[in-house]
Design a protein around this ligand. Structure first.
Ligand SMILES: [Zn+2]
Length: 431
């Protein structure tokens, strides 16, 4: 009996300690939680404090740099005045800067892509403290605010740049732009590349995965071996679905450069006014009495009468978007030349070999043959030019003329082309 009681007591004491520990834990937890809420409230109230808010604002303001450089590249249509007006400064300061520039003789002509760099002092009333304007790729004029008054003192600086020729090539995986950027090609070269190909390629739709390009262009390197600027594209090849679109830079007259394909044809391609040989214009663009329907209707193309079977040419480089039946137009071919122009050829007797939707065609290539299919009174070609979705008169089309190098010019171009090809293999071997 005595023994049993002892065990009971022992059990009781374990229970007592357990209860005590539990109470202690709860107590500590409550104190801790209260303290936490208190602290949060304190932080919140101090954040609401207007003085602290002001201090925070000052601190973050001071995080903005005092001096900021702003760069600008002149675009077509710019004047010195329009460029200065873009600056976020007061009228008085704008006038001082503009007068300073206009006084400078070497800045008489404002060029496209001319570079401006303005240095702003955010803590000063008159914000611009210095600015630089490029006169050409090798020289710039530096204007610094004089220590007295608001005027600027100018200084001509010769940049010590070295010109380097760069060769890059890649397969387009994602977009042309991304692939080029990944290769380290500067954006202004990519933009120029797109501009040069713009007449024959619709960059949104014509570039497919695993198409590729090659390019040679100039880079300007400073003493620290850093690229400070890019120059001109010397050569490029855009390989789309296994067809090469090459372009060579060529100075065809003193100080006049243009880009030509391997056959000496300017890449600034025009559409042909008459995409057929030996035909006569039988009906022009405009209102006319329809020969079959009998009533007056707008004629949205130009008709060329020619014997059945006469070859019809693609009026410019592009991609076939339709080669099939067009109702009243009979057998027709539609070509997309770029994002702006499309052409349509109707009433064909048959299509040329290989002409189907998606096929890439060159200017002058035979795409089909004259016929009288659809609503037609006799064999003729109905030719339409569509500009930005609107049918226009092909005979009044004003496009840059596609220069073709002939005779002596062609010989000189061939020499220049060989030099570029040699340069290309040289650069590839060094790559
Ligand atoms: Zn017609």
């Amino acid at each position: 009996m005595k023994f049993l009681r002892k065990i009971e007591l022992k059990e009781y004491s374990i229970f007592f300690w357990l209860v005590l520990i539990s109470f202690l834990t709860i107590f500590v937890f409550i104190i801790y939680t209260n303290n936490k809420v208190d602290k949060a409230l304190k932080i919140k109230s101090s954040l609401d404090n207007i003085y602290l808010k002001k201090t925070l604002k000052e601190i973050t303001n001071n995080l903005n740099p005092r001096y900021v450089n702003k760069e600008y590249l002149a675009v077509s249509g710019d004047t010195y005045q329009s460029i200065i007006n873009k600056l976020n400064i007061n009228e008085k300061e704008k006038k001082i800067i503009l007068d300073t520039i206009l006084k400078e003789k070497s800045l008489k002509i404002l060029r496209i892509n001319q570079k401006f760099i303005f240095k702003f002092d955010n803590l000063s009333q008159e914000k611009v403290i210095e600015f630089k304007i490029e006169t050409d790729r090798k020289n710039e004029i530096y204007f610094q605010k004089s220590s007295v008054g608001s005027s600027f003192i100018s200084k001509k600086i010769k940049k010590n740049f070295k010109k380097k020729l760069v060769y890059k090539e890649t397969i387009i995986t994602n977009s042309l732009y991304n692939s080029a950027v990944n290769l380290g090609i500067k954006p202004n070269i990519i933009i120029e590349f797109a501009r040069l190909y713009g007449f024959q390629v619709d960059f949104q739709r014509d570039i497919w995965k695993s198409d590729s390009f090659q390019i040679i262009y100039e880079e300007f390197i400073n003493e620290d071996n850093k690229i400070v600027d890019t120059g001109e594209i010397i050569f490029a090849n855009l390989k789309l679905q296994n067809s090469d679109l090459q372009l060579y830079k060529y100075e065809y007259e003193k100080n006049k450069i243009d880009y030509f394909d391997e056959n000496g044809k300017s890449i600034k391609k025009t559409l042909m006014k008459t995409p057929i040989n030996g035909a006569r214009l039988s009906s022009s663009f405009g209102k006319r009495k329809h020969p079959i329907l009998g009533y007056t209707k707008m004629h949205t193309g130009t008709d060329f009468a020619a014997p059945k079977g006469t070859p019809i040419m693609a009026s410019g480089d592009g991609k076939v978007t339709k080669a099939g039946w067009c109702g009243g137009g009979g057998n027709c071919v539609k070509i997309k030349h770029n994002s702006k122009y499309q052409t349509v050829y109707a009433h064909m007797s048959k299509f040329a070999k290989g002409i189907k939707k998606g096929a890439r065609v060159k200017q002058g290539q035979t795409i089909g043959y004259v016929g009288s299919t659809g609503l037609s009174t006799g064999p003729h070609l109905h030719y339409e030019v569509i500009e930005n979705g609107r049918k226009i008169n092909s005979q009044k089309l004003k496009l840059p003329s596609g220069k073709i190098l002939k005779g002596e010019d062609r010989k000189k171009f061939e020499v220049s082309k060989i030099k570029i090809d040699v340069l290309k293999s040289d650069l590839i071997s060094k790559n």
